[in-house]
Design a protein around this ligand. Structure first.
Ligand code: GTP
Ligand code: MG
Length: 609
């Protein structure tokens, strides 16, 4: 982890990382490789928190230039004529480097020279000028690593292709991508105020992504930018709390070349950079740090359990038998918690079954509505005249229905994750309370140590989102777009009726029109069938992954509890056979260990906040 800038977020991450280190040492000392494995995962999450900020907007608004200006390098190709074709992820690296991400499962990564990248991520010449066999590879994206302070806390800037009509299929894919990201920067240039469709997009973006900001670009080029800014700010106010940053990439690079601080301030970038580091980066860092610290606290609680039990048994030998039998009872409870009959497990399987059918039903209903609307339009027109328009309308309409269907899957699976977590917490909280047998001496003194683990603070509910992200990353994002555009609708034949003359022409024309309408309706159905099939399969696969990941997560936790209990039981049984001297020595050791663990837990809870 490179903590270069001393922001509050980075400090919290550094504190959490130090606590995780201490936690790992404790796991090693107390022979708990299972808990150590959990903390190792936490450690790698801290080292690479990956805070994604997606940069989206219409064609040619200056998205790639904005990313370049933020990192002070030509990471993303900028061109007047050629458009960005795939997303580029710009993240931190000790050395500048680049990789192509080739579609596949899992996606393949191919190192590429930074200078070469330009040619690969821009849109291919429609005449197919690109040559060479490897050019044929389906690119899913590119990744550029740069040694930049701005990126050092895990910020990943994602330059995306222009959405090309914000109601387009691509806009839906961008919104899906935004829902996985920590923040979205919406790019619009100062040539004119935000359009209706841009505002619609922003409105949807706010639903899909927690943090949204607007960058008003090219302010060096449009002298009237202040007026546009005022109009935009007014519009943005109606759409909630979206800050607006007027910027100029030109001024930013001129300032960098000349080392001119004043010009840099004029470029507007310092304000955007502060927003990214202090607002986006810091809040993400705080969240990551708090999650990590909650894991350390949970691990401490489990490590304390065996000492607590042993202490209780040693402090009052008459208690030993009671402690042992209580822990034996806990063993049974944990066995239930691990079993498929456990309430959380039932909630999970029933929930996934329900969700599967609800999501499928919702998709079918949506697609049916689209087909009915399309049928109406087709019946009132001649597809020979309207098909091109119709095709564009259909793709756009369908992609937005898919997005809404995906939002349902996302919201419902997050809610299910929360419910499962809640049920696990209810059952395990009770178990944990019992593993940590109260210390009779402290109890007598009326100062029972309260350290019931706060699983609630331990990412309950977040699990589903984590699972969803990993399950969906390959499925929906930009690949969904590829899938959609890959489905061809085919031209609707004009028919020879147009060139026929003579008597039967009227009838013949009518017949041909009806024929074209039929063809058009069939084409719509074929398209919708195919799209439903792809989307339906994606949703099912996603839910299956979510189910597996949630089950593994909570089963893993139950197994940890099982080991904690087994250790506690072992120690409590051994305690009964100690001599008085041994007992006193052991009590002193235990108090020292417990003191250290409690201290670590308390420090972790401070970071959790
Ligand atoms: N004057 C001026 N021109 C800019 C600025 N930012 C971008 N441009 C120009 O606007 C054009 C488009 O810039 P890009 O950064 O490629 O825009 P984009 O949004 O990434 O474009 P696509 O990816 O193709 O949608 C280029 O000619 C840039 O030089 C700016 O701040 N000032
Ligand atoms: Mg671009």
């Amino acid at each position: 982890m490179t903590v270069a800038s001393g922001t509050a977020g980075n400090d919290a991450v550094a504190r959490a990382a130090a606590l995780v280190d201490l936690g790992l040492r404790a796991c090693e000392a107390f022979e708990r490789p299972d808990l150590a494995a959990r903390l190792e995962r936490v450690q790698s999450g801290l080292a690479d928190p990956a805070v994604h900020v997606v940069v989206v907007g219409e064609f040619k608004q200056g998205k790639s230039s904005l990313v370049n200006a933020l990192v002070g390098a030509n990471a993303c190709p900028v061109d007047d004529d050629v458009a960005t074709a795939v997303p580029t992820y710009v993240r931190h690296g000790e050395q500048p480097s680049a990789e192509l991400i080739v579609e596949g499962s899992p996606p393949l990564r191919q190192p590429v020279a930074l200078q070469e990248l330009r040619r690969r991520v821009i849109e291919r010449d429609p005449a197919g000028a690109a040559s060479g066999a490897d050019e044929e590879l389906a690119l899913a994206g590119a990744e550029v690593r740069l040694p930049r302070t701005l990126l050092s806390s895990g910020l990943v800037l994602v330059d995306t292709p222009g959405v090309g009509g914000l109601g387009s299929a691509h806009a839906a894919a961008s919104l899906a991508a935004a829902s996985m990201a920590s923040a979205l920067i919406f790019v619009t240039d100062a040539s004119q105020e935000l359009t209706r469709s841009e505002l619609d997009f922003l409105h949807k973006a706010r639903d899909m992504c927690g943090t949204v900001a607007c960058a008003l670009t090219k302010i060096d080029f449009y002298p009237h930018w202040r007026r546009i800014r005022d109009l935009d700010v007014e519009h943005l106010r109606e759409h909630g709390d979206v800050p607006c940053f007027p910027v100029s990439s030109r001024l930013r690079s001129a300032a960098a070349e000349a080392g001119d601080t004043e010009l840099n301030t004029e470029s507007g970038y310092p304000a955007l950079v502060s927003f990214l580091t202090e607002h986006v980066g810091a809040s993400a860092a705080h969240r990551v740090a708090a999650d990590a610290a909650a894991d350390v606290a949970a691990v401490c609680t489990q490590l304390e359990a065996r000492f607590e039990a042993e202490r209780a048994a040693l402090a009052d030998p008459a208690e030993a038998q009671r402690v042992v039998s209580e822990l034996t009872a806990v063993k049974e409870r944990i066995a239930t918690l691990k079993s498929t009959a456990a309430k959380w497990n039932q909630t999970l399987s029933d929930g996934v079954t329900d969700l599967n059918s609800d999501v499928e039903h919702d998709l079918r209903r949506r697609i049916r509505t689209v087909i009915a609307e399309a049928d109406d339009v087709i019946e009132e027109s001649d597809p020979a005249d309207t098909w091109t328009e119709m095709e564009a309308w259909l793709r756009c309409r369908v992609s937005h229905e898919l997005l809404a269907n995906y939002a349902l899957l996302r919201d419902r699976s997050t809610a299910l994750g929360e419910e499962v977590g809640e049920h696990f917490r209810e059952a395990s909280g009770d178990v944990l309370d019992r593993i940590a047998v109260p210390d009779p001496e402290l109890q007598l003194a009326g100062a029972r140590v309260e350290h019931k683990i706060e699983l609630a603070k331990m990412k309950v509910g977040k699990q589903a989102m984590v699972a969803l992200k990993s399950a969906y990353s390959g499925a929906i994002m930009f690949v969904m777009l590829g899938t959609l555009t890959g489905v061809t609708l085919g031209p609707i034949a004009l028919g020879i009726g147009l060139v026929m003359g003579g008597k039967g022409l009227r009838e013949e024309k009518k017949r041909q029109r009806a024929n074209r309408q039929k063809q058009a309706q069939n084409a719509v159905r074929r398209y919708c069938d195919e799209v439903s099939f792809v989307m339906g399969k994606d949703s099912k696969d996603t839910l299956r992954t979510i189910q597996r990941q949630l089950r593994d997560h909570y089963t893993g936790l139950a197994e940890e509890l099982d080991r904690s209990n087994a250790q506690a039981l072992q120690r409590a049984s051994d305690a009964a056979s100690h001599t008085r001297d041994e007992r006193d020595r052991r009590l002193a050791d235990i108090d020292a260990e417990l003191g250290r663990l409690r201290q670590l837990r308390e420090r972790a809870m401070e970071v959790v906040g």
